[in-house]
Design a protein around this ligand. Structure first.
Ligand code: PMP
Length: 312
């Protein structure tokens, strides 16, 4: 096991423990089958440098509990307790810069393997998060391909539920894309409609309006996606949620991916066909600009999306 620790502390079942001691037993269904649920949450350093803002904390925790509900996991904590635990963990670790937080809910031990009901464990870890490589991609855009793997479908492994095992599908698509020289993959549903990226939602720009696959196209209902729809509305851009066919990807004026980690990533080519003129488009850049201003507390809009830590 790697002994690299990115943080001092992990929050596990109500206790703050050292990073090195945060273990899961090999007999857990989370290990055996990927039967856990999780969230990815970002805390942004405020533009005045004095604090951190957790982005849409309540919405992420609500989605986490929704995922647990589908798996019939009784979570032994309230949503409020998990929100407080996330804030405490960031404070305990002394993080003052951009941070990525990952809460996980999973059957903790071997009882499930024996046909019983395993106790449900809750663990939260957080790591400092900033990447030069990612910042460059946000600015310059990424190259995608349409994956040969299809998106998991709602009738077998629902994408709207953030199950750990779902990400085996994402991993297959992303590793294939990377091996072929692309940055990321765009997955189609099994019926052949555009679904989303390996870990991010997808938008097209057509004639100055936004188009994105609606929730019936096997997407994770992204919180960044919802934020982009709200920001687009503020800026007066029309947004259509509907089925998107593959050929629209090649003829769109602009395409971008969005998510907690992706933030807002312009897609500059798909299957080696340039999107628009092969550079990040103006509408995408405008949305990026507003998104980051809101996330870092620089905008007067959507203040209710931010939960301040180390309040200035
Ligand atoms: N789709 C998938 C498959 C994802 O993993 C993510 C990242 N959580 C997203 C979309 C974007 O969701 P969010 O904006 O809530 O991070």
């Amino acid at each position: 096991m790697s002994n690299i620790s990115c943080a001092k502390y992990v929050w596990m079942n109500g206790k703050t423990i050292e990073w090195e001691k945060a273990h899961v037993h090999v007999s857990s269904s989370a290990v055996l089958y990927g039967a856990g649920v999780f969230e990815g949450i970002k805390a942004y350093k405020s533009s005045n440098g004095r604090g951190l803002y957790l982005f849409r904390l309540e919405d992420h925790v609500k989605r986490l509990f929704g995922s647990a509900k589908v798996h019939r996991m009784d979570v032994p904590f309230s949503t409020k307790a998990i929100e407080e635990a996330i804030i405490k963990l960031i404070e305990d670790n002394g993080f003052t810069d951009d941070t990525y937080v990952r809460p996980l809910i999973y059957p903790g031990d071997f009882f499930e393997l024996m046909g019983g009901k395993a106790p449900i464990d809750v663990t939260i870890f957080a790591v400092p998060y900033s990447s030069q490589d990612h910042s460059q991609k946000v600015e310059k855009g990424i190259k995608c391909c349409v994956s040969s793997w299809r998106r998991i479908s709602d009738s077998s492994l629902p994408a709207r539920v953030k199950t750990c095992g779902n990400y085996v599908n994402s991993r297959l698509a992303k590793s294939e894309a990377r091996m072929s020289g692309f940055d990321d993959a765009i997955l189609l549903t099994k019926e052949g409609f555009v679904s989303e990226g390996s870990g991010a939602n997808l938008f097209l720009v057509r004639n100055n309006a936004l188009v994105t696959p609606d929730v019936s196209f096997d997407i994770l209902e992204g919180i960044t996606r919802a934020s982009i729809i709200a920001i687009a509305d503020d800026l007066g851009y029309a947004v259509r949620e509907r089925g998107v066919v593959r050929s629209e990807l090649y003829t769109a004026d602009e395409v971008f991916l969005c998510g907690t980690v992706a933030e807002l990533l312009p897609v500059v080519s798909i299957d080696n066909i340039a999107v628009g003129d092969g550079k990040p488009g103006n509408l995408t850049k405008n949305l990026q600009n507003h998104f980051f201003q809101i996330a870092r507390g620089k905008s007067s809009k959507h203040k209710d999306w931010l939960r301040a830590i180390h309040e200035e």
